[in-house]
Write a protein of this length. Structure first.
Length: 380
């Protein structure tokens, strides 16, 4: 049944407009038209605030008390998605980090099952490791880091249910293998890497298109060694994820990076862990205790272990702490990640034919409601 959402301002993916309504039909956007032109036969719901494309998070390790690595199932993914939906995330990639044995295959199977069973919002899967550089391991367990092999390539390229994003260190994976992944439709991103200019250039030529949590688990930009950070900022055709929790990267560094690259190719990501959407202050990550204090998740040795960031907070931080226009922050939260994943023709805009995956924000940029494929949810 069709439904018109009227009364709110609308950010259509490019600009904010007034006096318009969004007509949803069959899980897609049927029209954006003047409120006075809503057909008499279409039911109307009056809402207040700002309707925007629903947020898309490419890096979600957990939420709702669930860590994807530990609960590799459609139910686990559903719990994570439900926790983040309260904060405006209507599309996400459950993210599986470096781990042991056959667990990666189980994670891929879980994402396949989640999509097949219609878990709201799941768009695919993000495999972050184990093909990383132990020199910049972050919280990933170096015991499980290893070279990529033919079985890995077969597993990764077998995933057809949705989008697959693979984070790897270009210096640890041959360019020819990166090309095989990219040719199979996998989105390849550089992370946990000390790659040189030449190695990044070779990976780019092979099909790498992104940089995972820019600045984090990368050497700093230097005068004669730009490294991954310099490569990301210098290349106008790549995308870069930013964790705007103001703990992973200083606000000044974030502003400099966005000024250098432009916000059009920057994506907000959360790198979220199980406490999001809960009162949890402690959890276990691969046998290591992680605690929450002063907004930071750390292991006992002080290593950052993901975040408790949600996408709505990331948008507010981008506007409030970084000083970007609201339109830029909303683009970074939806349209940029959609385009990065090759879904820019279906998500990230409010236009006819696009998925009716939307977020309703109040004047404080807090979530009042969400819709995933036209089905209303709840705010948080």
């Amino acid at each position: 049944m069709a439904l018109a959402l009227a009364g709110a301002r609308i950010f259509d993916g490019t600009r904010i407009v007034d006096g318009q309504a969004v007509v949803i039909d069959g899980g897609r956007i049927d029209a954006v038209l003047p409120t006075g032109d809503i057909p008499a036969a279409v039911p109307r719901r009056t809402v207040e605030g700002l309707i925007a494309p629903g947020f898309i998070d490419c890096q979600v390790n957990g939420g709702g008390g669930v860590l994807f690595n530990d609960e590799r199932s459609a139910a686990g993914i559903a719990a994570i998605g439900a926790a983040h939906r309260r904060f405006g995330t209507t599309g996400f990639l459950p993210t599986f980090i470096t781990d042991a044995g056959d667990r990666m295959a189980e994670a891929v199977a879980a994402a396949t099952a989640a999509i097949a069973s219609g878990v709201p919002g799941v768009l695919g899967i993000h495999i972050e490791g184990p093909f990383l550089n132990p020199e910049l391991k972050g919280v990933h367990d170096p015991r499980f880091m290893r070279p990529i092999d033919e079985d890995d390539v077969a597993l990764l390229t077998s995933f057809k249910a949705g989008r697959m994003l693979v984070t790897l260190a270009p210096e640890m994976v041959p360019a020819a293998t990166i090309a095989r992944l990219a040719e199979a439709g996998i989105v390849v991103s550089a992370g946990h890497t000390v790659a040189s200019d030449e190695q990044i250039e070779a990976a780019r030529a092979a099909g790498l298109t992104g940089f995972t949590h820019l600045f984090n688990a990368m050497p700093p930009l230097a005068a004669r060694a730009p490294g991954p950070v310099g490569a990301a900022l210098d290349d106008p055709e790549t995308w870069a994820g930013l964790i705007v929790d103001l703990h992973h990267v200083a606000a000044a560094s974030l502003r400099v990076a966005i000024a250098a690259k432009g916000w059009q190719k920057m994506m907000l990501v959360t790198d979220a862990m199980p406490p999001v959407g809960t009162g949890l202050r402690r959890f276990t990550l691969q046998g290591r205790a992680v605690r929450l204090a002063d907004g930071r998740l750390t292991t006992e040795d002080g290593t950052l272990a993901g975040s408790v960031l949600d996408m709505a907070t990331a948008v507010r931080n981008t506007v409030g702490a970084l000083g970007l226009p609201l339109e830029a922050a909303l683009h970074m939260a939806a349209r940029a990640p959609a385009e990065f994943m090759g879904l820019g023709h279906e998500y990230g805009r409010i236009a006819p034919g696009y998925h009716a995956s939307l977020v309703l924000l109040d004047d404080g940029l807090r979530v009042a409601d969400t819709w995933i494929d036209g089905v209303a949810g709840e705010g948080g």
